[in-house]
Write a new protein. Structure first.
Lengths: 242, 311
């Protein structure tokens, strides 16, 4: 199964590289913002900024959403899905190949942005020795970006499995991402000022490592649940009939 | 293995509609088998059932001796398919499309390269192998899709209307390529088509289906014979209605009529034209030309479909 999964990943990457310029250069915008612009503006605090964890969520959210919505709906729309399903590839290798390609690409970009940010901060604020991310921010960033990428990949594939067109899949995933990102912000704005201040102060005094671990555990739980649902919904017969 | 495909009472219904209704057929190994039927007759559904992409509602199907219900994975391992659409990744080049499916079938890298070269050269696509296939004509895409279907040298290839949508020249070229490949590779081909000339010329056994039901099965000649005998067209002078009535009473004649000044006589199976011509001369007809023709597969097909429709 590993070889077959890798074959699907190879094809997905080939399609990305042979895709239009927009698809190829879209990730570079995120690399520029989170790897150069923001680290330059923030300086050394970038390396131990608790808010950094939120940044490493944004990259996978944006990159996986657009990719993964295309995964099955795109194959269906371009009439390549049935031929793929008529091949010797197992259901799992097709599904995992697409999930890993989508999540891996976004996670890779997030890691690249982290490394680029580290290089930018060190070059801009050189203090005689290389400064690294604090363990909580560094490891938290790696973990949270991975878990977010897989979560969005699972959700996107779930939508893409049933969506008749790429556009519809992208719209649903896009709305989902917007709700996840903006709903908490919107809800916070309706809270009384005193509550918001209290929340800010408790967040400020919270143990970062503990917060990162709780977030990671929640994301992991969501990931596993969604993956189980996706695997249940992925059936050759249903895909053919859809 | 005498029969590479065997189905018994195969049924597939979608709700209240049965797309495939009690189909029992055998496809011998090493031939080109044609499944003929009008649009919506259930041809594509049969291919999907044979590949195990759909489960039958009832009945059984065996492909390469494997049950389509429980051993679909193994069937797909040993078959090649060109389905309703070419299924090519149009952003990828011809080389990359073949490379991907070569990897899917776990062919070693050197074999993938040599096989791609062999097939693309044979099909006249080698020079354009690095272009994205989206820029290609439909005929070229179909050729490549056929190459992809036989890339891993499967013993059985299923082709769903391989020449549909192609212009006559491209269709003829593709058919010749198909014949050539079957001869070279020794594979069995199961193809669906509603192009009867294609089936007549290339298939050594055909089945006719309509609304999911099997109407006839056999060699194209057998189907023609089943549909009716031969026809004699007489050009000359002296035809009249009395003559038509006289001819219609002859034991070897099934029907006679005057059409555009010519006498058309339908004969029973294997009936000779000579006694008929002698009778015409005796009746005072001045015969200038006589043409005897057999029923084409298209006429046989239409007769079968109309007969079924009448029932």
């Amino acid at each position: 199964m590993v070889t077959d999964t890798w074959t699907v990943i190879w094809k997905e990457m080939k399609l990305l590289l042979e895709g239009n310029n927009k698809a190829r250069f879209f990730p570079l915008i995120f690399l520029l913002i989170f790897g150069v612009v923001l680290p330059l503006q923030t300086g050394l605090p970038w390396l131990d900024l608790p808010l950094g964890l939120a940044f490493w969520v944004v990259i996978p959210l944006a990159l996986v959403a657009s990719w993964v919505a295309d995964s099955f709906a795109g194959e269906r729309e371009r009439h390549t899905l049935e031929t793929l399903l008529a091949s010797r590839l197992s259901d799992q290798s097709i599904l995992f190949g697409k999930l890993i390609a989508g999540a891996g690409h976004a996670w890779g970009m997030a890691l690249l942005a982290m490394v680029l940010g580290l290089v930018t901060v060190n070059l801009a604020s050189w203090q005689g020795a290389v400064r690294l991310y604090t363990p909580a921010v560094g490891l938290g960033g790696v973990g949270v970006s991975f878990l977010t990428a897989t979560l969005v990949a699972n959700a996107g594939v779930l939508v893409s499995l049933r969506a008749p067109t790429v556009r519809q899949a992208q719209q649903i995933v896009g709305i989902g991402v917007m709700i996840v990102v903006w709903l908490p912000v919107l809800l916070l704005s309706f809270l009384p000022v005193q509550w918001r201040l209290a929340m800010a102060s408790s967040l400020g005094s919270a143990d970062l490592t503990q917060s990162a671990l709780v977030t990671a555990a929640l994301l992991f739980l969501l990931d596993v649940t969604l993956l189980a649902v996706v695997m249940r919904r992925f059936q050759r017969t249903r895909l053919i009939l859809d | 293995m005498p029969n590479i495909i065997h189905t018994a009472g195969l049924v597939r219904c979608f709700g209240t509609v049965c797309a495939v209704d009690d189909i029992s057929l055998d496809v011998p190994t090493g031939i080109i088998f044609g499944l003929l039927g009008p649009n919506g007759s259930g041809k594509t559904t049969i291919i999907r059932l044979l590949l195990g992409l759909l489960e039958p509602t009832s009945g059984t199907a065996e492909v390469l001796g494997l049950d389509t219900r429980s051993q679909a994975d193994k069937i797909r391992e040993q078959t090649g398919a060109l389905l309703e659409h070419s299924g090519l990744y149009e952003r990828l080049s011809a080389e990359d499309n073949l490379e991907f499916y070569g990897r899917v079938w776990r062919m070693p890298a050197p074999e993938r390269a040599s096989r791609a070269r062999e097939l693309l050269t044979h099909l006249g696509l080698w020079e354009r192998r690095k272009e994205p296939t989206g820029k290609w004509s439909r005929g070229m895409k179909q050729k490549l899709a056929m190459a992809r279907a036989i890339f891993h040298r499967p013993p059985l290839v299923l082709l769903d209307e391989p020449t549909a949508g192609l212009d006559p020249v491209a269709a003829a070229a593709l058919r010749n390529d198909l014949d050539d490949m079957v001869a070279r590779e020794g594979i069995t081909v199961f193809l669906t088509t509603h192009n009867l000339a294609e089936a007549e010329r290339h298939c050594s056994r055909v089945a006719v289906i309509r609304q999911g039901k099997l109407l006839a099965l056999g060699h194209p000649d057998e189907l023609r014979a089943q549909a009716g005998g031969s026809q004699v067209e007489v050009i000359g002078r002296g035809f009249n209605e009395d003559l038509v009535v006289q001819l219609s009473r002859r034991p070897e004649v099934t029907g006679a009529r005057i059409q555009n000044g010519r006498l058309i006589v339908d004969l029973k199976d294997n009936a000779e034209a000579a006694p008929l011509v002698a009778a015409l001369v005796c009746a005072g007809v001045r015969v200038e030309e006589v043409r005897k023709s057999t029923v084409s597969l298209e006429e046989a097909f239409l007769a079968l479909v109309e007969e079924d429709h009448g029932h």
